[in-house]
Design a protein around this ligand. Structure first.
Ligand code: ADP
Ligand code: ADP
Length: 225
């Protein structure tokens, strides 16, 4: 099973307890939204899963293995950031292939795989462009391709739509959902937008004050028919 389980997961920054022993099981292949007010611990949770932030206490178990002490590249997770964080001096294709280069994959294989991922996000025509030549939505598709090139079992998205205008946001929403269905992997998507969570999520996990307050299908969490 490709379930992702958080076991008494805790993050402290000095005196601040940002995440207080949370417990949750994300079923493999679900689209989960992590919802809650600013400062409640969503980003810290996501960054611990990704390995960008050290775990203070507890464990992160993916497919039966505790990944909480593994380096980010060996966890089976990938993260997509709010600001996309593309390398400005690298072409779109080289941005997408970057992590394969770091792994020592040969140039031809990298290129082939990068083009496959660009096809998945409908961006093959832009392979040789620089990020600055792309619109926000296009940069976002590239960032998605870049995150997915490692074949992660879990894709972590930190407010991926917040930098887009409202029109594009709604469009990218449906693209994200479609992509998640096609890939069949787990998405954990941090947002503070209820409408966004309602539109996307199979499951909504609500955090408040460093703990999980509620979790379940969107309909139950929002109490809508
Ligand atoms: P959210 O993503 O829900 O806005 P965060 O996980 O970013 O919440 O933050 C949770 C709490 O931890 C907040 O009180 C925040 O100020 C604090 N925090 C987050 N990152 C750091 C950090 N690097 N150092 C100190 N405190 C932090
Ligand atoms: P978000 O709103 O996405 O949670 P923030 O703007 O709160 O992000 O935080 C951005 C960065 O600043 C993160 O790397 C986070 O770790 C850091 N940070 C957040 N709160 C604090 C804090 N109280 N002290 C130090 N660093 C912080």
């Amino acid at each position: 099973e490709l379930d992702l389980e958080l076991v008494a997961l805790t993050k402290r920054y000095g005196e601040t307890v940002a995440v207080d022993g949370i417990q949750h099981l994300f079923r493999g292949g679900t689209y989960a939204c992590l919802l809650g007010p600013s400062g409640c611990g969503k980003s810290s949770t996501l960054r611990m899963i990704a390995g960008h932030e050290e775990v203070s206490d507890g464990a992160i178990v993916l497919a039966g293995q505790d990944i909480s002490r593994l380096p980010p590249a060996r966890r089976g997770t990938a993260m997509m950031f709010q600001n996309y964080a593309l390398f400005p001096h690298l072409s779109v294709a080289d941005n997408v292939a970057f992590s394969l280069k770091m792994k020592g994959v040969d140039r031809e294989t990298r290129r082939k795989r990068a083009m496959e991922l660009l096809e998945l996000v409908h961006m093959t025509a832009y392979a040789e462009r620089l990020p600055a030549q792309l619109s926000g939505g296009q940069q976002q598709r590239v960032a998605l391709a870049r995150a997915l090139i490692t074949n992660p079992q879990v894709l972590l998205l930190d407010e991926p739509l917040s930098a887009l205008d409202p029109f594009l946001r709604v469009r990218m929403r449906s693209e994200l959902k479609k992509l998640q269905r096609e890939l069949g992997i787990t998405f954990v998507h941090v947002t503070h937008g209820q409408d966004e969570a309602l539109a996307l999520a199979d499951e909504i996990v609500v955090m408040n004050n460093a703990v999980i307050e509620q979790a379940g299908p969107a309909r139950e969490v929002f109490n809508t028919p």
